[in-house]
Design a protein. Structure first.
Length: 228
């Protein structure tokens, strides 16, 4: 596909997600925290579209970089109600596309399978950590400060969904079974620690950063081949 057309498709996809989430919020009176996570997962899954449609990373980073500005404007003006939280100290919606763009720049030409996998802990693990932690969390702890509290249940969900999403992603890209399992375990462990130690909102930066560290760790230190 032509890269400019892929850019247009990317914007259409994200705006369709935002429109659908807002429609669901209004039709079923869903809480913003729920639709925010729907948007979070759906936008994160565009990593697959990025890998499939783009042939040049200079074009692939245009949509996430544009949404850094758009999401900040929404943060200030509440343009996209379905993804905005009342907590104005939380810039997670701005950090998300920054991390997306950085992962693209780092791995697009190195390993598209790893690029997609590196975004899965933020996409699935972080979202379900919040959902399950809020609904079922009973045992709480704080690694950084008293305001950034996590639950054991939420952290367990973070690890489980990060591992599954990474392992399945790599298997879909025809990685060796052992490679997918090891990469999934290491990435899930580092992502869970990063999420637990992150101040509010910064997990959308620190979780992908922890995922990015897995590539040199596995490819260089442990000499485990990762799919190109």
């Amino acid at each position: 596909m032509n890269n400019w057309l892929a850019v247009v498709v990317s914007f259409l996809y994200v705006f369709a997600v935002l429109g659908a989430a807002e429609g669901l919020r209004r039709a079923f009176r869903l809480p913003v925290e729920f639709t925010r996570k729907v948007v979070h997962i759906a936008v994160g899954m565009w990593a697959w579209g990025t890998a499939a449609l783009f042939t040049d990373k200079r074009f692939a980073v245009i949509p996430p970089l544009a949404f850094v500005a758009l999401n900040y404007l929404s943060y200030r003006r509440a343009l996209f109600t379905a993804m905005e939280t009342s907590d104005k100290s939380n810039l997670g919606t701005v950090y998300f596309p920054i991390a997306f763009a950085v992962i693209i720049l780092l791995f697009f030409d190195v390993s598209k399978p790893f690029m997609v996998a590196a975004l899965m802990p933020m996409t699935w693990g972080d979202a379900f950590a919040a959902i399950i932690g809020k609904r079922y969390g009973r045992r709480h702890y704080a690694l950084v400060d008293g305001r950034s509290r996590r639950s054991v249940e939420g952290s367990a969900a973070m690890f489980a969904f990060s591992f599954l999403s990474v392992a399945v992603t790599l298997l879909v890209f025809d990685a060796a079974f052992g490679t997918a399992i090891v990469c999934g375990l290491v990435m899930a462990l580092l992502a869970t620690i990063a999420e637990a130690a992150s101040p509010s909102g910064l997990d959308n930066l620190l979780v992908p950063a922890s995922s990015a560290l897995v590539y040199p760790l596995l490819a260089s230190v442990l000499a485990i081949p990762l799919p190109a």
